[in-house]
Every structure is written in structure tokens, then in C-alpha cells.
Design a protein around this ligand. Sequence first.
Ligand code: AVJ
Length: 328
Amino acid sequence: MAAGEGIALVELDQDGVAKDFRADVLTGLAQEQKAVPARWLYDDAGSELFEEITRLPEYYPTRAETEILSARGAEFRELIGAGRAVVEFGSGSSVKTPLLLEAIGPAAYVPLDISGDFLRAAAADLAAKFPELPVYPVEADFMRKVELPRAVARYPKLGFFPGSTIGNMVPRTAVDLLRSMRATLGEGAKLLIGMDLIKDPAVLRAAYDDVQGVTAEFNLNLARRINRELGGTIPVDKLRHVARWNDTFARIEMHLEAVADLRFEVSGRGFSMAKGETIHTENSHKFDLRSQNTLLLAGGWTPVSRWLDSEGRFSLILADWTVPKGAP
Ligand code: AVJ
């Protein structure tokens, strides 16, 4: 069976995507600090490279979060309860999602993703693993309120947002997303969200600049994608992957740094970079326990429980839709 066969989906508008990519790149390269939104890292090649990253010895987040999901199933079941509709923000991981579903015994599973292809593949995968579980994939941009399928209207919801993907957003965007999730999930919902923790910057830098150079390839793939899809002439061999710890904003930043003065074109427009100048390609914010609470509360979610992996590197937080009443 083809991935997702029999699961109805609105087709993604590929022309629209290409236009958005061009607009984001042309705008971003014209800025004083060149920057391209991180979502464009994830074409097919980029998504495969990210999968490879999750298996690197230096990249601890995936292993740490998976450890929590495997070890704490009974507690999830107790605190979340059976019979919810699990709404996953993003297509779902073939490892993490089954661990959660196995633990809590949900009534339905609703993966949300902007990319129809990943969504179809993930939904088919899940449906095969859990033949009894109704799966309702929705192709949508979850940065805004999403209309959920009518079939899950009667169930209380559990939002699932693993991977510390929230950390890719600057705080004001993260808060917008948390509020959209609140609107999407509705009264009585809970949210299980992964957030990476602040730690020794050397450990963080290694996680984003591995010795095998896979993360470098992942970052450089963005320049290759620009050349491929937008008629670019970026000399990729003159760009260098850099992972920096920005302590003020508590985030790892990925940049592509020019190792010489460069001139190139994208979609017929000329750009230049002085040696040492960078294109900022991704932020990965890290948190301490209080900054996690503050971010969640600002987004309308009350933290109720938190789990760390055995080495204290990563956390999963359960939050509640109910906002505490109190003065002022
Ligand atoms: C998928 C966004 C969670 O920020 O750790 C990994 C992406 N970038 N290595 C992260 C990423 C470089 C990853 N997220």
C-alpha cells in the first residue's frame, strides 16, 4: 500500500511553497544580518540529514526525550488519562509517537503538518502500528488556529509537541504558537511539550557541530537548495558551518559564514558577502526550569509536571489549559 493511501488530504500547493521560499530568501539575504527562516532547511535532503543528526553521538536531545517517553509511560497514563484525542504538532516521529500512544491509550490520533508528504507517510505508519486507533491527519499551518476534524470534537485533547521544536522560535513567536495551540485544542486540553535545557556551552556547541560534519551538511544543504530551486550561484564551498552559543538569548545559532569575499546571484538578483559575514539559518533556544514555566504561562498554559532524562539534559513538560485564577 502506498503511504497514506485512503487517507483524504488537501494537496499542498507546490507553486505556493516555491513562491514563499523565494520571497523569504530574497528578503532575508537583503537584510543587514542575512537570515533565512529555519523551516527551509527541511526539504527531502534536509529532512534525511536531520534524521541522521538524531543518531549522532553528540546530538543528545532525541535520545534523552525518547528515554523519558519510554521510562515514564505509567505516569503519563495516570496524569493524562485514556480516551483523549492526541493532536501532534508536526508529522510525528516513528519512535516517539508510538511510545506516547502506547502509554496513554488515546481515542484518536490527529497529526498536523504543513507538508502533505510527511503527513501521509507518518499517518500510514501509525495506522499500521495501531490498527484500532482512528487516525485523522490534517494538512495545516499550525502557527494559526486549526479546525480539527469533527470526528474528534467530543474528546478532550492532548497536544503533543516533542523535540524542543518550540526552541526554534524566538519567544514572541513561541508565545503566539502556544496561544494558537490553546485555541486549536480547546477547553480541557493538556499539552505535553519537549524543551531542551541550558547546559555547558561546549556540550551544546558539539551537538550542533558534530565531528562527522553531518550538521554542517544539513546547514550547507540550505545553500544548495537555494542554488537548485531558485537559480542561485552561491559558491557553497566558500561557506562554512558555524554553531554559536548566544548567551543573552540562551540559544544555539547556526550560521553559514563566508570564508572569502563573495558575490552571487539568486533569482537574478545580486548579493555580496564580505569575508566573515554570515547568513543566520537557525535558532535553537534552550531553557531553565523557570524560563520554561514563564514561556508556557505567557502562552496560556499552566505547567503541572516535568520529567528529565537520567542525565538531566532534556525535559518533557505536561501543562494544563486552565489558567490559574488569582490577583492581579
Ligand atoms: C528539530 C529543531 C529540534 O533545534 O535541535 C538539529 C534541529 N538543527 N541540529 C534542534 C537541528 C541542527 C533541531 N530541531
